[in-house]
Design a protein around this ligand. Structure first.
Ligand code: FE
Ligand code: FE
Ligand code: ZN
Length: 288
C-alpha cells in the first residue's frame, strides 16, 4: 500500500544540483549554500574514471560539520559513469569493483550519505547476465558496517544499459546479500526516456515502482527535463521547462506526497547561476 509510506512531513524542499568536486568537499558545501541548495551531488573522481585525489579527511570533516550546522539533506556521491560492473571483460569488472570499494571507504568520512552508480551495460551478454554480474560486484564491495547507502540509478535504456525497468533493478537487489544497504535514485529524464510516463500518470509509475521494488527504497531523485519524447531511450537532459517533461510535471514530482521529503538533484545543462534560478523556481512551486 502506497499510503503506508506517506510521511506527512511538513517542511522545505530538499534540492540542489551537481557540483564540481575539483576544489574539495567544504568548497562544494559553500557553493551549495550560495545557490540556495541544501543538498548536492558530485563525482567521487574524474567522471571518466581514473584515480581519486589523496584523501583529505579534514576537508571532509569540514563539510560534515557544515551540513549539520545548516541542516543539509543527504548528499549524493556519483560513481564515475565509465564504470561498468557488468562488462564482459574481467579486468574492467575488477576496475569497477576496486573503484567502488575505494569510493565507499572514503565516503565513511561523511557517513550516512548516498553513493549513486549506473548499474552498467551488458554489452550483448544479455540483461540476465548483466544483472548477475552487477549483483556480484555489489556482493564484493558492500560491507555490513558501512554507513553509506548505495543507490542504483534508473537508466534510459540507451544501448545495452541494464536498469531501465523496475523489474531489472529489483532483480539486481534480490541477488545482493546486504541489500539493506541498497536503494534507488530515480532520474526523471531517464525514466521518461525509458518509457515511464511521469508527466501523464505519475501515480501509476509510482505504484508500479512500489509494487516491484517498494517505495521505501526510493531514496533520491535526479530532477531533469528531457530533450526527447517519452520512451526515446536517449538520455539527453534538458533545462527545467525546456524539454518534453515540462515544469508543471516536474513540480508535480517534487510535490508528490510520496516524494516531497526526498532530496532532489538537478543535472540540467547549467552553470551555477542557472542552477540557482532552477532551485529558486522549484522552491517557489513547492507547497509545504
Ligand atoms: Fe547518473
Ligand atoms: Fe542522473
Ligand atoms: Zn543522464
Amino acid at each position: 500500500m502506497l499510503s503506508c509510506f506517506l510521511k506527512g512531513t511538513v517542511g522545505m524542499l530538499h534540492i540542489g544540483c551537481h557540483l564540481s568536486s575539483s576544489k574539495g568537499y567544504a568548497h562544494m558545501g559553500k557553493e551549495a549554500l550560495s545557490i540556495g541548495a541544501d543538498t548536492f551531488q558530485f563525482f567521487t573522481r574524474n567522471p571518466r574514471g581514473g584515480s581519486a585525489k589523496p584523501l583529505n579527511v579534514a576537508d571532509m570533516e569540514n563539510l560534515r560539520q557544515m551540513m549539520e550546522e545548516h541542516g543539509f539533506a543527504k548528499v549524493i556521491a556519483h560513481a564515475p559513469y565509465t564504470l561498468n560492473a557488468c562488462a564482459a571483460d574481467e579486468g574492467l569488472r575488477a576496475f569497477a569493483r576496486n573503484t567502488m570499494a575505494d569510493d565507499l571507504m572514503r565516503l565513511e568520512y561523511i557517513p550516512g550519505n548516498y553513493y549513486n552508480f549506473h548499474p552498467g551495460s551488458h554489452v550483448k551478454q544479455g540483461a540476465e547476465k548483466g544483472i548477475e554480474l552487477i549483483a556480484e560486484a555489489l556482493n564484493a564491495v558492500l560491507k555490513p558496517e558501512q554507513q553509506t547507502t548505495v543507490l542504483l540509478e534508473t537508466m534510459a535504456g540507451k544501448g545495452t544499459e541494464v536498469g531501465r525497468t523496475f523489474e531489472e533493478l529489483r532483480a539486481i537487489m534480490d541477488r545482493v546479500e546486504l541489500n539493506d544497504h541498497l536503494g534507488i535514485c530515480m532520474d526523471t529524464c531517464h525514466v521518461w526516456d525509458g518509457g515511464y510516463d511521469i508527466a501523464g500518470n505519475l501515480d501509476a509509475v509510482l505504484s508500479e515502482f512500489d509494487r516491484l521494488i517498494g517505495i521505501d527504497r526510493l531514496k533520491a531523485l535526479h530532477l531533469n527535463d528531457s530533450m526527447n519524447p517519452l520512451g526515446a531511450h536517449k538520455d539527453r537532459h534538458a533545462k527545467i521547462g525546456e524539454g518534453h517533461i515540462g515544469t508543471e510535471a516536474l513540480s508535480a514530482v517534487t510535490n508528490h506526497p510520496l516524494l516531497k521529503h526526498l532530496p532532489f538533484c538537478l543535472e540540467t545543462p547549467n552553470e551555477l547561476s542557472g542552477y540557482a534560478a532552477e532551485i529558486a523556481l522549484m522552491r517557489s512551486l513547492y507547497q509545504d
